[in-house]
Design a protein around this ligand. Structure first.
Ligand SMILES: [Zn+2]
Length: 695
């Protein structure tokens, strides 16, 4: 594709997800029109398969059982579909397209269409698997020789592969800046919507490879330069790079002495912009596909599979900025390996962060929840629906959870998260310094999770309006824009509580050192920041927390959250994986700070062990609150004792009832109203209990 074609296609799509705080003139003046949301998803979903693998792929991959063909036919048979329906499943997940090209897959796509007909006849919706990110060149090139120009190429021109062990080198990654590939993918999407009459599209493998495996094809190189010109005026380009002509700027190149996976802080403006360009390419391609599908049928749900919050630097590594692309999805998948558990070394592992990410963008998260009842409990408590129940045959405890959910669904439908505390996950802070800003965010989240303090995750764009929160936590949110700082100042002036940690506000959104610290008048005790460093060392954290009253609000400055024990060695790309997911040593300082800036008025108090995690939701129209309690030690033991709670209510409570998959019937609970809260005690939680407070 020539440059003009590229400009008139990919780059003419409206810019997505303006990152709040950046100069508005640097973004498209055209606000992205929101895509229609399927109404049928408003009540949640129960999805199960079936299998997403076609037979062709099973054969080409190798190592299959000799009866693989029979399994393939069985997985989409009426027998399986009827059984899933009788078990309460509502959406049937099945294969459609894996990346071999439409010609090669035609007969299996016809099979998928027939299975969809059966599912629809039995009153199920259909969830169709479409491979986003694979071009199996052996068959694809035979069908479409032009596709040689559609694959991602590294700096030396070699095709970029998916990374499945040693043996799937037949899977090239297509380039998402290449409109010709996207137009091809649209043919598959059209088939899914018009022929299969699908209700739900699952785009698998939604990511890019980390550097040095980024696409250097001509479309990307030219596209990057065009993007810089589209985004910045001449004057701003000069401010950004020192010069204005970006026609010779290349994607970053690496050398053996300086492998990208050991780069700790990203200072280089061109690398920062390249990271964002990769995120933008993915977001725009998905947007285009979602708009195309919903243009044919607005009730089609769009889902992709990018993982949630893993502690990895997703923008830098994978070209993924959730805040950009979750505006094009209704649902997304995480296959992160953070199954809920209390580890023997005291770490509490969870997918709570990913669920909160989904809630922040009005999405539903799908995850594997069939391994243990604790996984299904976590999902119900934080996702407010079950999502993905597994593959036929479903496991007995999942059937119990499906039955519990369907019996008590009313408690989950349109329930809003009722947290007073917000934690900011700042894109530039985390992307440019994952080792510090991600660690700080993870530790802050961990402290609140284990102190039973419900919280929301917010992202850059949400800083523009903080009015619905009482407390804002900035976990080393280093890179804040002038607009964000102004909004935070106004929030505190008007009575909000601010807890600023570490380097918060010391840099602007390009990570340039502010000459006056951004939060200077709001907090006391913060040290100055350092600028460019050739070799970035570990920063020691010292000093005490400092309180301050500002306007009608309060602030606390915390110099840092301390990892409890010896900090694990930082892995490649400085990923803060679950080896770091431990309650910080000074967690009590953070909890005390949150309580002080909230003027001791947080809505929920739970007297339970630190592995009992709480979520608070509300259905104001039904005049009720739900306290979800999940025992993260459930793989080993139920709670040893009853739990005392108190919960703020808008009016005196009239009744408290306990619901749980662990008890046969809901129970009334004795309670007493005290000032503006209701106090009660729940019996020892086995895996999952919900206290429902009517007022
Ligand atoms: Zn490319």
């Amino acid at each position: 594709m020539n440059r003009r074609n590229f400009l008139s296609s990919a780059l003419s799509a409206p810019l997505l997800a303006a990152q709040a705080g950046n100069d508005v003139s640097e973004r498209s003046p055209q606000a992205p029109a929101s895509l229609p949301r399927p109404r049928w998803l408003e009540d949640g979903l129960i999805d199960a398969g079936g299998s997403h693998e076609g037979f062709l792929f099973t054969v080409r991959r190798g190592g299959q059982r000799l009866d693989a063909r029979r399994s393939y036919e069985h997985e989409q048979s009426e027998e399986v579909i009827r059984r899933l329906k009788s078990q309460g499943v509502e959406v049937f997940h099945t294969h459609l397209y894996k990346g071999f090209g439409m010609e090669a897959e035609k007969s299996e796509m016809e099979d998928a269409r027939r299975a969809a007909e059966i599912a629809h006849r039995h009153g199920l919706k259909v969830d169709s698997y479409i491979q986003w990110n694979t071009l199996m060149y052996e068959t694809f090139f035979a069908e479409e020789p032009r596709a040689k120009d559609w694959v991602q190429r590294d700096i030396s021109g070699k095709p970029i592969l998916l990374v499945y062990g040693y043996q799937q080198s037949f899977r090239y990654r297509p380039c998402f800046a290449n409109q010709n590939y996207l137009d091809y993918l649209k043919k598959i999407v059209r088939y899914a919507v018009e022929e299969v009459k699908t209700d739900f599209i699952h785009f698998d493998n939604f990511d890019l490879n980390p550097e040095p495996d980024s696409c250097h094809c001509p479309v990307c190189v030219e596209g990057f330069r065009s993007y810089l010109k589209e985004k910045y005026s001449v004057a701003r380009r000069k401010e950004r790079f020192g010069f204005e002509n970006v026609d010779y700027v290349n994607p970053p190149q690496w050398n053996a002495q300086n492998p990208p996976q050991r780069m700790q802080v990203i200072f280089d403006p061109a690398i920062q912009e390249w990271v964002e360009f990769r995120c933008e390419i993915m977001a725009r391609a998905l947007r285009q596909m979602a708009a195309f599908a919903k243009g044919m049928n607005p009730e089609v749900a769009i889902e992709c599979n990018p993982h949630g919050i893993t502690g990895g630097n997703r923008a830098w590594e994978a070209g993924l900025d959730h805040a950009r692309f979750l505006k094009s999805t209704d649902v997304f998948w995480t296959e992160e390996e953070n199954d809920p558990a209390l580890a023997s070394d005291g770490r509490l592992i969870s997918k709570i962060r990913s669920y909160k990410l989904a809630r922040a963008f009005n999405n539903i998260l799908l995850a594997y929840i069939a391994g243990h009842p604790l996984e299904a409990a976590e999902c119900l408590a934080f996702d407010q629906t079950l999502g993905y129940a597994g593959e036929d045959p479903l496991r007995p405890h999942i059937l119990e959870y499906i039955a519990f959910y369907r019996r008590n669904r009313d408690l989950f439908i349109k329930a809003q998260d009722a947290a007073d505390v917000a934690i900011l996950r700042s894109y530039p802070s985390i992307t440019y310094n994952n080792a510090r800003a991600q660690l700080s965010a993870i530790l802050a989240e961990q402290a609140l999770i284990q102190a039973h303090i419900p919280f929301s995750l917010i992202f850059d764009e949400h800083v523009a309006d903080l009015s619905k929160h009482r407390v804002l936590i900035l976990p080393d949110s280093e890179c804040l824009s002038d607009a964000q700082l102004a909004s935070i100042r106004q929030f505190v002036d008007q009575g909000g509580g601010l807890v600023a940690i570490g380097q918060s506000g010391l840099y602007d959104e390009w990570r340039r050192v502010r000459t006056k610290p951004g939060l200077a008048d709001l907090i006391d005790g913060q040290k100055r920041a350092s600028g460019y460093e050739e070799r970035v060392g570990r920063m020691e954290i010292s000093g005490k927390s400092t309180k301050k009253e500002v306007g009608q609000g309060r602030s606390v400055y915390l110099p840092g959250l301390h990892f409890d024990g010896a900090l694990p060695e930082m892995a490649n790309y400085f990923e803060i994986d679950n080896r770091f997911w431990k309650r910080p040593k000074n967690w009590e300082d953070l909890v005390a700070a949150v309580n002080w800036v909230a003027k001791d008025s947080l809505p929920l108090h739970v007297e339970g062990p630190e592995y009992l995690v709480a979520n608070l939701t509300a259905q104001p129209g039904k005049r009720r609150l739900m306290v979800h309690l999940v025992n993260y030690n459930a793989r080993k033991a139920p709670l040893p004792a009853p739990v005392a709670l108190s919960c703020r209510t808008p009016a005196p409570a009239t009744e408290v009832r306990l619901y749980s998959p662990d008890i046969p019937e809901p129970q009334a609970i004795a309670s007493r109203n005290e000032r503006s809260a209701v106090a009660f005690q729940v019996p020892p939680v086995k895996v999952y209990s919900i206290a429902v407070i009517n007022w």
